[in-house]
Design a protein around this ligand. Structure first.
Ligand code: UD1
Length: 361
């Protein structure tokens, strides 16, 4: 009898993580797969474009939950997903990353006694003010099989009392997708935005701690305008950030800071690959820049991905804008660290997950 594996995704950073796992499992005739999209992200440029570019199949089911408060969003996913699980009775559910969709789906499965695996387990920022940290802690406590991207993940899980037999260090699935699509990320995109390779910086900011407080957001934006006088900046704007800037009526006076719509995966990858530096508060981008060897300045006080600092090209600048400017100058002056690629970020994490799933479950 075919084994039935159901994958749950919901928000932009989930899509590049599910793609390699789904792809490898597709080659196994003994496995039937279902892809559920919770609808946490729904705009075409936050969702559809990724399905197309990553060659993901159309979701079999879209729960259509949309945006809401954390409680409402998480609860709506649970209510709708429980029906799917009761009807489909999958043999294993796989959840990805640390978004609200991840914890909601894991909790439904744990209560129904359906085995659930967490891809990207064990990461910890030790900052419970971050919604994602709560999602990570809870998900890892209630999942049956935990796939870690780096050894710090194993250490964190061991400290939290998770049975070592459930934990598998498989490497970084997001890097599988990056390696597969890198050849398609040409420098056409840099020309489209009127900048030259190595002569611009790329910015993304969407964390509530940076964008939900108008004073903080204003300080960050003013600093970016100053940095843009030295190095043109491209800033594809997350809908959360755009909304906040509109509410504040923020005006950009330096045209060297270009605000763009959210970009697709391949175009954004091309912009990362060709950038002189990246300024971000995203988790995934800290990893992608480390793989690509591009200096990354992270506007956060902590990271759940410490390997990007100890091994990769990442530096935490906190919310200290003077520090951000100093680090930009160090990079422009050629004084920044080189970094290397963390272990098992090799393009084969999806295969390792598939092997464990097929052999042990
Ligand atoms: C979510 C994840 C975060 C991840 C980010 C990537 C949680 C708790 N947070 O944050 O970990 O880094 O996705 O993007 O799960 N919106 C749109 N269109 C969309 C989606 C959202 O306009 O397609 C707007 C809505 O105004 C919404 C806001 O963005 O209220 C925030 O969306 P939400 O999914 O709640 O959180 P993100 O900030 O995207």
């Amino acid at each position: 009898m075919n084994k039935h594996i159901l994958h749950v995704v919901g928000a932009r950073p989930n899509f590049m993580k599910v793609a390699p796992v789904l792809r490898v499992l597709q080659e196994d005739d003994g496995i039937r797969q279902t892809l559920v999209h919770t609808g946490q992200h729904y705009d075409a440029n936050m969702s559809d474009v990724f399905f197309r570019e990553l060659d993901l199949p159309e979701p079999d089911i879209n729960l259509g939950v949309g945006s809401a408060s954390h409680a409402v969003q998480t609860a709506s996913i649970m209510l709708r997903f429980e029906k799917v699980v009761l009807e489909d009775r999958p043999d294993l559910v796989l959840v990805y990353g640390d978004v609200n969709s991840t914890v909601a789906a894991a909790l439904v499965c744990a209560k129904l006694g359906i085995p659930v695996g967490h891809v990207e387990a064990g990461l910890r920022s030790f900052d419970r003010a971050m919604p994602e940290e709560i999602n990570r802690l809870l998900t890892d406590q209630i999942t049956d099989i935990l796939f870690t991207p780096s050894v710090d993940g194993n250490e964190n899980l061991a400290r939290e009392g998770i049975d070592s037999g459930k934990i598998h260090f498989v490497g970084n699935v997001m890097i599988d997708t990056l390696i597969r699509l890198l050849p398609r990320a040409t420098d056409v995109s840099t020309r489209r935005f009127g900048v030259l390779p190595q002569q611009y910086g790329l910015v993304t900011l969407h964390r509530p701690s940076n964008v939900d407080d108008p004073v903080m957001l204003q300080t960050i934006m003013d600093t970016l305008q100053k940095i843009a006088t030295q190095l043109p900046l491209l800033f594809p704007i997350h809908p959360r950030t755009r909304k906040r800037l509109q509410e504040m009526g923020y005006q950009i006076t330096n045209s060297a800071l270009q605000l763009l719509e959210p970009l697709g995966y391949i175009e954004f990858l091309a912009l990362q690959k060709n950038a002189r530096l990246v300024i971000t508060d995203s988790g995934g981008i800290q990893e992608e820049t480390s793989y690509l060897g591009i200096p990354c300045l992270t506007v956060r006080n902590n990271t759940e991905r410490p390997v990007t600092i100890t091994v990769g090209t990442n530096t935490l600048v906190g919310q200290d804008m003077e520090r951000l400017k100093r680090e930009v100058n160090r990079i422009l002056g050629g004084l920044y660290k080189e970094g290397s690629i963390p272990p098992l970020w090799d393009g084969h994490a999806g295969e390792r997950i598939a092997r464990i799933v097929t052999q042990q479950w």
